[in-house]
Design a protein around this ligand. Sequence first.
Ligand code: AMP
Length: 311
Amino acid sequence: MALTVVGSVAFDSLETPFGERERILGGAATHFSLAASFFTRVNAVGVVGGDFGEPEWDVFRRHLIVTDDIEVVPDGKTFFWKGRYDYDMNTAHTLDTQLNVFETFAPKLSESSRNAEYVFLANIQPTLQREVGVQCKNAKFVAMDTMNYWITSAKDELTETIKSVDCIIINDAEARQLTDEPNIHKAARKILDFGLKAVVIKRGEYGATLFTKDQFFVVPAYPLESVFDPTGAGDTFAGGFMGYLASHDEITESILRRAMIYGSVMASFNVERFGTERVDALDYPEINQRFTDFKRMTHFDDIPFERATVA
Ligand code: AMP
């Protein structure tokens, strides 16, 4: 089934302890689309400037991502983000954000984008997110992301948007900030009480947790020994998660759990090289192998149950 994503398409300049890159392809919608494209047809909705070149479009083309709704403003410049990571790669330090054409972004959805059954509202202004959600009348499952900036500056609008979706995928600090609740379980339950079917809380290298009514499911991050660049890991997780869901007609607890594993698997590839380099070069056997390894490594069934007793 079709999946539509709306969000940033960007040039990123990145510094990590392992190297630097200048003005490489990035953006939430980009990372999301690439990961999701391995599972389903993806419509990307965004905006770029005249500086967005053929090498960047080629990345989308290679993965058959539909870019008809990525508006081009010929005399404008593409959104630019510069970030640095220290040895704690769970924390991005923003060095520069130049919104450029993204500042006046008004998502325009073609009929085919509007008709998608699955929709992901990446991190953009909450009212714009809601407007996109409303336009997607056929949507069976709408998920969203956000960031601390919107929680601080537009909490009421953000809350309205959260109430309109089925799932939110955010990190633990954002969940605490959003609910004024230090305990992550209580925070997740408070968000579920807005009427959502699922809340996914990401914790960087410590994995992610899925909260649904009365249940929770923890997925570790795939145990990688070489992490080069975490930029886009969250969006790649969301792309794997939503892409996998969109390859199914119905959403059950078991399918949501498998989607969590695919999210984790896709994110693990993303961080192995800078920007989109690794996911762009991925193939299906690698994805399937890592999914199999992941299941084998996290298998609890082999551990015999022993009742706790006093010796
Ligand atoms: P992630 O590491 O998954 O949180 O996402 C990183 C991506 O988000 C980068 O490729 C950036 O281009 C993009 N990004 C950074 N800041 C913003 C922002 N304020 N709005 C939208 N996208 C952003």
